[in-house]
Design a protein around this ligand. Structure first.
Ligand code: PHE
Length: 448
């Protein structure tokens, strides 16, 4: 089927829109807090800039050469072992939809907080904590309401397709997001708390780097760059022919990293400045931050509104990229209309999302908790810590060993220049070894 193509800028903004998401503004700060700051940030940064960047190029290349949905691109490029490689694509497609089951719920919380920001913010951390916990543990209906809004919005964009839906959404929302985060960061720069925030994020204390922290940092590098599941691959299948994949990857990685660091610094500055104890866990931006905005007075209200809008923008542009691989797959595979495909893919994450949000509630949590985590946290953990790095490993092997070197060089040689061999080396050796260590560590085979 003929698919509409992205424009060059449209592609870069869409890929950056996919990468810059809740991972950067919601998850990165709280896991940085949870895993002790500097050392964690450093592992994350090193992974992003070496393995992450290399695999980003590889994933784009698979989509660019394959020109199909994630599963069929693998099949087409490896006709001899089509069945096996297809599984790599399928795993990614499912990872996206699974991530969506909690991602859409969190977007729902954000929409709720936009409404809160327009009315009265909680006046202290205690009050904010009660409000958030009530939403999370007691108020299933409100969560379902906003999760439904999120689902409807995402579906409405996806139904319009690559050009009129996804590209347009990103062309509008991404610049707004950059302006808001950039502006708030500049304000944070003028506050005394900035020095403390800087220290917290950039002074590594290696004793705090547990082996779980290591796995989470590497996993997060994949999550934040949208790697290993076919989101970038699926977008790249609609690239114009004459695009520079290396430059595009570089821009996406840079934007993603910059936004994560700016958001983290800004958030911790506000928290330190206004003395709010940084609450640990997913509640950070929903508990400590609203109380901090309250302490800032009227400016705080404006900031709260802008901040939650920016967070919603970041979330929505990523959400469409998490769902699109499944949508594209269903269209290619069953020759159904886009509308039908969106209803199936969206319907799945919508319904399972309700299970995910119920697993946080006091009424159902017991039923939906398995071992150390409830359903919501399991999905987050399994996708980010295992499925994405594993998908990334398969992509590295695919481009590094399966596709003939000449074919890879023909596309990337000109743009990578002398860096080609270096990149190829990382892809063939460094990335697989590092990722296998992470997998073994995750499975408990090795501990350090
Ligand atoms: N990168 C997105 C974020 O940081 C999440 C995402 C993961 C999107 C994988 C697409 C694919 O929130």
């Amino acid at each position: 089927m003929k698919i509409a193509r992205f424009s060059r800028v449209g592609f870069i903004l869409a890929a950056a829109g996919s990468a810059v998401g809740l991972g950067n503004i919601w998850k990165f700060p709280y896991i940085t807090g949870e895993y002790g700051g500097g050392a964690f940030v450093l592992v994350y940064l090193i992974t992003v800039l070496t393995i992450g960047f290399s695999i980003m190029i590889a994933e784009m290349l698979i989509g660019y050469l394959g020109r199909m949905d994630a599963a069929r691109s693998f099949e087409k490029l490896a006709p001899k072992n089509a069945k096996t490689w297809r599984l790599a694509g399928m795993m990614g497609i499912w990872a996206g939809i699974l991530i969506m089951t909690f991602y859409s719920v969190v977007i729902g919380w954000i929409l709720h907080y936009i409404v809160v920001a327009f009315s009265t913010l909680p006046s202290c951390v205690k009050e904010a904590e009660v409000a958030f916990n009530t939403l999370l543990h007691e108020d299933i209906m409100t969560q379902i309401f906003y999760h439904t809004l999120s689902f409807l919005f995402i579906s409405a964009i996806l139904v319009r397709g690559i050009k009129a839906g996804i590209e347009k959404l990103n062309l509008i929302l991404m610049p707004l997001l950059f302006i808001i985060v950039g502006g708030m960061f500049l304000y944070a720069l003028t506050l005394d708390g900035f020095a403390q925030a800087w220290h917290f994020m950039f002074s590594p204390d290696w004793s705090k780097l547990s082996s779980e922290a290591f796995v989470v940092a590497v996993g997060h590098a994949f999550f934040t760059l949208s790697l290993g599941m076919g989101a970038i691959l699926t977008y790249s299948a609609s690239l114009p022919k004459e695009v520079n994949l290396v430059q595009s990857s570089l821009i996406v990685v840079a934007l993603d990293t910059i936004i994560a660091l700016l958001a983290g610094l800004m958030l911790f500055t506000f928290l330190y400045q206004y003395g709010a104890e940084p609450s640990k866990g997913p509640g950070l931006v929903f508990i400590s931050l609203p109380a901090t905005f309250y302490a800032m007075g009227t400016l705080g209200n404006i900031f709260a509104i802008l901040f939650f809008f920016a967070l919603a923008f970041a979330g929505l542009t990523s959400a469409v990229s998490l769902t699109e691989p499944m949508v594209q797959y269903l269209i290619d595979k069953y020759s159904i209309t886009r509308l039908k495909a969106v209803m199936i893919a969206g319907g799945f994450f919508y319904l399972v999302g309700i299970v995910a949000l119920a697993s946080n509630s006091s009424s159902f949590s017991q039923m939906l908790t398995f071992g150390s985590k409830n359903f919501f946290n399991w999905v987050d953990y399994i996708t980010a810590a295992f499925m994405l790095p594993f998908g990334g490993l398969l992509m590295a092997i695919f481009i590094g060993y399966k596709i003939p070197k000449e074919q890879v060089f023909a596309v990337l040689g000109k743009n990578l220049g002398r860096g080609f061999e270096f990149w190829y080396f990382i892809l063939r050796y460094i990335a697989p070894i590092a990722l296998i260590i992470v997998m073994l560590n995750l499975l408990g085979v090795i501990k350090f």
